[in-house]
Design a protein. Sequence first.
Length: 175
Amino acid sequence: MRRHLFNRAKDCHSCPYVDKAVIKAKLEEQYPTDKWEHSYISESGGYVVTERQRINEGKQNSRERGIFTKEQSMCKVLAEHGHHVSHLSRTNREEGGSYDILLDGISADLKSFHGTGSLIKQVKHAYEKQGAKTVIVRLETDEVELFEKLLEARRKLKGRILYYRESEKILRELL
């Protein structure tokens, strides 16, 4: 703890440095650094931990690097909103699951859309084939049609949908 708090002004009742050091200590206990990278800790108390095996998977080729970068940026937005995100490798999931993350301990898949083409199909696939209980959607444009398609998916499908627009990064839930 001392190395995290050295050279800091004291504010014992509300110290973000102590809060962050406590979170780091808990993460090191729950997610050992030999298997997990502590990718991001936000001021809100949210965090992203990434399996080292997933990091290696993301380095395989340019396509995988792009996917990994997208997933990490989406995880960071979730952490900024106070969520605890475990970014999983392909092998560390429940049997039959191919979801991307655990969001506060619940299976979730990350989806990003620029157009409306396959939005409903992809969200449905996340629930039915990938084993996700929650789908997090990043809307890459502010087009009304894209949001309307997301609302249509909400009406047709059962499951939790969280979304944000890339332009504002404010996480919302479709109810």
